[in-house]
Design a protein around this ligand. Structure first.
Ligand code: PMP
Length: 424
């Protein structure tokens, strides 16, 4: 076992690994596993969007999608995408192409103007803090950082955020205003929140000592890779039961269903919240791109058609995920150099190196032309206190490049780990 290897053996092993590393360096690789971007074949699955209207721009209510208006989106789009969130059409607003924009707008509105009038604006009080399950999605953290909202990390378990800790923190500190959640196939671990966790999150606002919001970013709601992928319990059912719908904002988009750069994004919440939010949005736009919404409704049609479409995505994604997971298993299977998640859907695999090595591994990979998400990116302020988490995103590169990247990755993990052992 390497753990008991003598110094001399370690040096010998390292020399062999360094030789392999130099051989890879000579190949001048240019590989990129950084962002959860769909591959070209994936976006091509939706090319039929282009031209699908065939000159018929009339929405179901007889309105012309080409014209101004309809700040909350086309009725048929609200009903199709609302269903994806477990919300009624009246509780769904369909916007532009980016759910991240909608999240930003909700946070900005709650902070500066207040969901329940100026008195409730977080900015009118001392501080605003958010709970951030870690590892998590860097762009959620950037929104908080941009607005000066303090971020408190809480552990993300296989069942979702550590709810004992979340409940204790929220009950004790009225300046905690919200929590970020990616409840199905979380970015980056791929975990699916358990029904018990969903229920506790839906009840959480009742326990908070101030207006508290749950930012429920269901970006991967329909992105299963396998038939046995865990389902997500609908938070809206619990929220209706606990009367907390005013405190829950659900988000989704078709960025990873149709076109990442030209999809449709939506937000679901209470009718009261949406009315308030709409008044705020009205200062920014007369209405969203309804032509794109109409194209999406004609193309995606209903939940069954969406599921069939997602099968095609899964067929492209599965071999990439399996290339990464099989290689990790074969090369690092004993688990003494790190551990990783085995998601049943979504876009990411989360790898935990031994403490103190994530930055080193990412650096080693960069020097041989393999770009990985910067170490720390999955933590607030880019600071992973243990320097161990690395997010792997295999969707964009070709299968061949995914394999080459993960081969290089495991080599870098081994070098970093053995170097640490040698110097221990
Ligand atoms: N939320 C999560 C969890 C994501 O991973 C991503 C994309 N990486 C987004 C939101 C971005 O969504 P959109 O394209 O709708 O802005």
């Amino acid at each position: 076992q390497t753990t008991q290897a003598s110094q001399a053996q370690l040096r010998e092993q390292l020399a062999i690994l360094h030789e392999q590393y130099d051989q890879l360096a000579a190949k001048k690789l240019d590989l990129d596993l950084t962002r959860g971007k769909p591959g070209t074949a994936q976006v091509a699955l939706s090319s039929a969007l282009d031209g699908i209207l065939g000159g018929d721009y009339l929405a179901a209510d007889g309105s012309d999608a080409r014209n101004y208006g309809g700040l909350d989106g086309l009725p048929e789009a609200r009903s199709l995408f609302g269903a994806m969130l477990g919300m009624r059409p009246e509780e769904t607003l369909v916007g532009g192409n980016s759910s991240l924009t909608l999240m930003y707008q909700v946070v900005e509105f709650a902070l500066r103007e207040g969901l329940r009038g100026p008195e409730s604006a977080w900015a009118n009080h001392d501080e605003a803090k958010f709970l951030c399950p870690v590892p998590g999605y860097d762009r959620h953290f950037s929104i908080c950082e941009y607005f000066g909202i303090d971020m408190l990390p809480v552990p993300l378990l296989d069942s979702g955020p550590d709810m004992d800790e979340v409940e204790a923190l929220v009950a004790a500190d009225p300046t905690i205003r919200g929590i970020w959640c990616v409840p199905r196939f979380s970015n980056p671990t791929g975990c699916v929140y358990s029904a018990a966790t969903v229920e506790r999150l839906a009840r959480l606002p009742q326990q908070a000592s101030s207006e508290f919001i749950v930012m429920w970013d269901n970006a991967y709601a329909v992105h299963e890779l396998y038939d046995d992928a865990p389902q997500l319990a609908p938070i809206s059912d619990y929220a209706r039961q606990f009367d907390t719908m005013d405190n829950i904002f659900q988000f989704g988009s078709t960025s990873k269903i149709t076109f990442a750069g030209a999809g449709v994004a939506f937000v679901g919440s209470s009718e009261r919240n949406l009315a308030t939010l709409k008044a705020h949005l009205a200062f920014q736009t007369i209405g969203p791109d309804k032509v794109n919404q109409l194209r999406h409704v004609r193309f995606l049609q209903d939940p069954v058609t969406i599921a069939a479409h997602m099968e095609h995505h899964a067929a492209l994604m599965r071999p990439r995920f399996e290339a990464v997971l099989t290689t990790l298993e074969q090369e690092l299977g004993d688990g003494d150099m790190g551990c990783w998640t085995r998601p049943r859907g979504g876009y990411f695999i989360s790898f935990d190196a031994l403490p103190g090595l994530a930055g080193e591994i990412v650096g080693l990979a960069a020097r041989i032309g393999v770009k990985l998400t910067p170490a720390g990116a999955t933590f607030p302020y880019g600071r992973d206190p243990e320097d161990r988490n690395i997010r792997l995103s295999p969707s964009f590169p070709s299968l061949e490049d995914v394999q080459a990247s993960v081969d290089a990755f495991v080599l870098c993990v081994k070098i970093a780990t053995l170097q640490q052992r040698l110097h221990a």
